[in-house]
Design a protein around this ligand. Structure first.
Ligand SMILES: O=C(O)CCC(=O)C(=O)O
Ligand SMILES: [Fe+2]
Length: 194
């Protein structure tokens, strides 16, 4: 079922069971096994620190993506990713030429506050985010006014979150640590690199 999140200066839609549990469990194991996962390092306070998650970047030829000082050179599309891309494109009414995959091995893995506002995404990017495996909390905070309350949603197995319009200009998001959780989660964010 599709719902719209009610947040100012944002256009966000959510489908709780976009993929069935059977499909989702298949994709979870298949992607964990076949994706070329890597652990990037970022420079922080003069030190090199490993990112607290594994990532991979699949995209059309020439579509590189740079964030946090890391340049992602695209890998050619894996066949298993193509039906996912098509299903998400049909729901979003938008075509994508790339996907960033994040592998949260357990609750210690996380992603800090950020907006998806890199220049290669252009103005008002459409970003379609699919989750498989362990349910994790996804938080939003308003960038310019601390009085606007934070919002959170639970991204469960098989869900689809679509962020578009001015969302990235006005809101940041994060996936906080959840240290008690032991099960893996995969997230795929489909993007259009200009
Ligand atoms: O894991 C998630 O749900 C969020 C991923 C994300 O924000 C990103 O890849 O930019
Ligand atoms: Fe993001």
């Amino acid at each position: 079922m599709k719902t719209q999140l009610c947040m100012p200066n944002a256009k966000i839609y959510f489908w709780s069971q976009f993929f069935s549990p059977v499909q989702s469990n298949y994709y979870l194991t298949e992607l964990i096994d076949t994706v070329a996962w890597q652990q990037d390092k970022i420079k922080m306070f003069g030190k090199e620190l490993p990112l607290p998650r594994l990532t991979a970047w699949y995209a059309d030829p020439g579509k590189s993506y740079r964030y946090s000082g890391i340049t992602n050179i695209p890998l050619p599309w894996l066949p298993v990713l193509l039906p996912l891309k098509e299903a998400v494109e049909a729901a979003a009414g938008h075509t994508f030429n790339s996907v960033l995959l994040n592998y949260y091995r357990q609750g210690q893995d996380s992603m800090g506050w950020h907006s998806d506002d890199e220049p290669e995404l252009g103005q008002n990017p459409v970003i379609a985010s699919v989750s498989f495996g362990q349910t994790r909390r996804f938080d939003f905070r308003y960038r310019h006014d601390k009085n606007i309350p934070k919002q959170s949603i639970w991204l469960e197995n098989g869900s689809l979150l679509l962020m578009q319009g001015p969302t990235q200009h006005y809101w940041q998001h994060q996936v906080p640590k959840a240290t008690k959780l032991t099960q893996p989660r995969l997230n795929l964010t489909f993007r259009e690199i200009k």
